[in-house]
Design a protein around this ligand. Structure first.
Ligand code: ADP
Ligand code: ZN
Length: 342
């Protein structure tokens, strides 16, 4: 069912609960090129047979400017034109590359996303940010540009590895922490196994998270204020992810635990709220501590996009379901990080 959402930079059609086959009807006779990664290509060969496609090596290493260059060269070879629509079928890596490559190929061609990970469905595919990593700097180069559509086919999640489910729930728990106490209580009552077996419940939480992200982005597409709240757990999280090459969701989970501890000091978040957050993360197979080398992590954060020389913009919780932006001295952050560095 079509569901147009208007962002300042363009309209996105959210096709919730739509089997991927609907795409072939929508684009029947039209000029499309598909982008995917090696894992999805192996799992769903029928999707790509007889359709022009580009296959990226699976994994975060593909999120680079070199990949963009290679995709552009592939598009030239496939004779893609300004009227070609580029469709990314995959996780966050694939959708980021698709959005970036489509934004620069011939100065911009239309594109759409079919996220196939829970993380992609609730977070990465949404919001019009398409970035790649440069060296150790995450998402340091990229574009702001909205896809024409995002198609949600939760059938893809049937093949999603267990760890990837946990990664998706890290972002889901993030939305619950910053915006939605009711979602937090719902998540407390269930676990990954429940949502894997209960498609209507899964679809409902996906749509809820996507809606939260949409509301946030509509009000602040270029991350001047409200959108910053979505970085909850991500400042320390990105540093941990970069230093130890652990999955994004796990790193964000540890980052959220650190932010909760920090909130106790700064916003007087109750220790029982921190306990509920760490318990919920563990319930969804996510870590809340890590043997972080805090000095190294602090050095990395000092290079973060959100910092000044002595302080850093940080998202904290006032309560479960309510977040706020703070400027903190680095020392205070390091102290909270040590509490989670086990
Ligand atoms: P994200 O940023 O959404 O976690 P990635 O693009 O890094 O996404 O994908 C994570 C991993 O999951 C990759 O190895 C990818 O190939 C794999 N993957 C994505 N979707 C599926 C799926 N539906 N079934 C199996 N594996 C998948
Ligand atoms: Zn994230």
């Amino acid at each position: 069912m079509a569901n147009l959402v208007s962002f300042p930079s363009g309209q996105v059609d959210y096709l919730y609960g739509s089997p991927v086959g609907e795409l072939w009807q929508l684009y029947d006779g039209k000029d499309i090129v598909l982008i995917t990664d090696t894992n999805l290509f192996a799992l769903y060969p029928g999707l790509f047979a007889n359709r022009r496609h580009v296959v990226l090596p699976a994994g975060e290493n593909s999120k680079s400017l070199e990949t963009i260059n290679w995709v552009v060269e592939s598009l030239i070879q496939l004779e893609a034109t300004r009227s070609t629509t580029l469709i990314g079928i995959g996780g966050g890596v694939v959708t980021d590359i698709t959005g970036f490559a489509a934004s620069v190929y011939m100065r911009g061609i239309p594109f759409g996303f079919v996220p196939t990970t829970l993380l992609g469905m609730v977070d990465a595919a949404i919001g019009g940010k398409n970035g790649v990593n440069v060296g150790l700097h995450k998402n340091m180069a990229g574009t702001f540009n909205q896809p024409a559509f995002i198609l949600y086919d939760t059938g893809f999640l049937g093949t999603l590895p267990k760890q990837e489910w946990a990664n998706g729930f890290a972002e889901t728990i993030k939305y619950a922490c910053i915006f939605d106490a009711a979602l937090f209580s719902e998540l407390q009552q269930h676990d990954i196994a429940y949502y894997r077996q209960n498609a209507p419940a899964l679809n409902a939480i996906i749509e809820k998270c996507a809606t939260w992200k949409n509301i946030t982005v509509i009000n602040d597409e270029h991350e001047k204020g409200l959108r910053k709240l979505l970085n909850f757990g991500h400042t320390a999280g990105h540093a941990i992810e970069t230093l130890y090459a652990i999955p994004h969701g796990e790193a964000v989970a540890i980052g959220m635990a650190i932010a909760a501890r920090l909130s106790e000091d700064v916003t007087s978040l109750s220790p029982s709220a921190t306990l509920q957050i760490t318990k919920l993360l563990e319930q969804y197979n996510l870590p809340t501590t890590y043997p972080i080398e805090t000095t190294k992590a602090m050095e990395l954060m000092k290079m973060d996009k959100k910092r000044t020389n002595s302080s850093i913009g940080y998202i904290l919780l006032d309560a479960i379901g309510k977040a706020s932006v703070h400027t903190l001295p680095f020392g205070q952050l390091e102290k909270a990080m040590r509490l989670c560095a086990q």
